[in-house]
Design a protein around this ligand. Sequence first.
Ligand code: C5P
Length: 396
Amino acid sequence: MLSGKRITLIIGGGIAAYKSLDLIRQLRRAGAQVTPVLTRAGAQFVTPLSVAALAEEQVFHDLFDLKDEAEMGHIQLSRVADLIVVAPATANLMARMAAGMADDLASTLLLATDTPVLIAPAMNVRMWQHPATQRNLAQLQADGLRVVGPDVGDMACGEHGPGRMAEPAAIVAAIRDHFGPRPLTGQRVLVTSGPTHEPIDPVRYIANRSSGAQGTAIAEALRDLGAEVIFVTGPAQTPPPDGVTVMRVETAREMLAAAEGALPVAAAICAAAVADWRVTTDSTQKMKKTTQGTPKLEFSENPDILATLSTHAQRPELVVGFAAETEDVIAHATLKRTRKGCDWIVANDVSPATGIMGGQENAVNLITEAGVEDWPRLPKREVAARLADRIAQVLG
Ligand code: C5P
């Protein structure tokens, strides 16, 4: 969604500068090109080397650097971007911007530019609440600058209140909003992801090989289209995405309760690999070896979350299930769509030879009422982006 966009990122001198490294990483992942400008104070908090390595671009920091000026002068630097982002925007930088000062590279290019500017203020709570800062903020907003944050919370200085820099995911969301309305803005969606763990006794459980990678990528793709994502995850290897509401569960029954608790939602995407069975009476004590032979485990069927949501009184407008099969993929998945009552099934072959389960790529068929679509083998992130686009076409 940000591919091809050029962003000049000015990193001011505050402790929140460390978060700007993650911001660069997230912008790069979203496809943006980042030209970093580090103020003298900013370089006290993060090194030019880390910034350059993450941005994969030269870092600009000195107004009077003859080499930089020869390659890209400060006026040109102020014009090449589609958006200038100042993060962290310190009280000092905001004051200098509001006063129209041009005494270093960052302030000079901000004064010379006709490119839109987004600032992410970060400072001590008293500095933020000071009438001078609030005056400067009002002036900057009157000048047409956009502002994201600050957040309320604990600060590095030990105080609590407004002043924390917005999280990188929120800054990326504000940047996306700048480039136009997103199709799923205002829509709430549910994504289930990862495996479930079904206890045998307090220390043992039954699990499966799902890494949670595809569900996580789908949650990220829906978030990037503006959706409010409720992400219900079993104990997955892949960490949950930023910028979504994460609900951690262990068992299928907990997953069902969390999923039903998330209703109403416009769409439910059930990407979790839910255990079909659980041990009927899981032992409250650790099972011991005995002389009477091996234990016999008795199983009960788990609730089917996808089928439950598909027939729910608060049924989402769109319900999407997954079918991980090892043979007759399309035939099994087509039957599954009608049996479970969902709208779409994303079917894939998870035979070990495909390397899909736990891997980086996926080759899927999308099964809808209209028929079967063959999608090429793609990175899981791209499968997710395509699926999210299709979901947006239905809900948008
Ligand atoms: O029947 P099977 O497990 O192959 O179905 C897969 C689909 O059903 C997936 O979308 C999965 O998330 C969902 N499912 C579920 N609850 C279960 C079993 C599967 O939501 N108990």
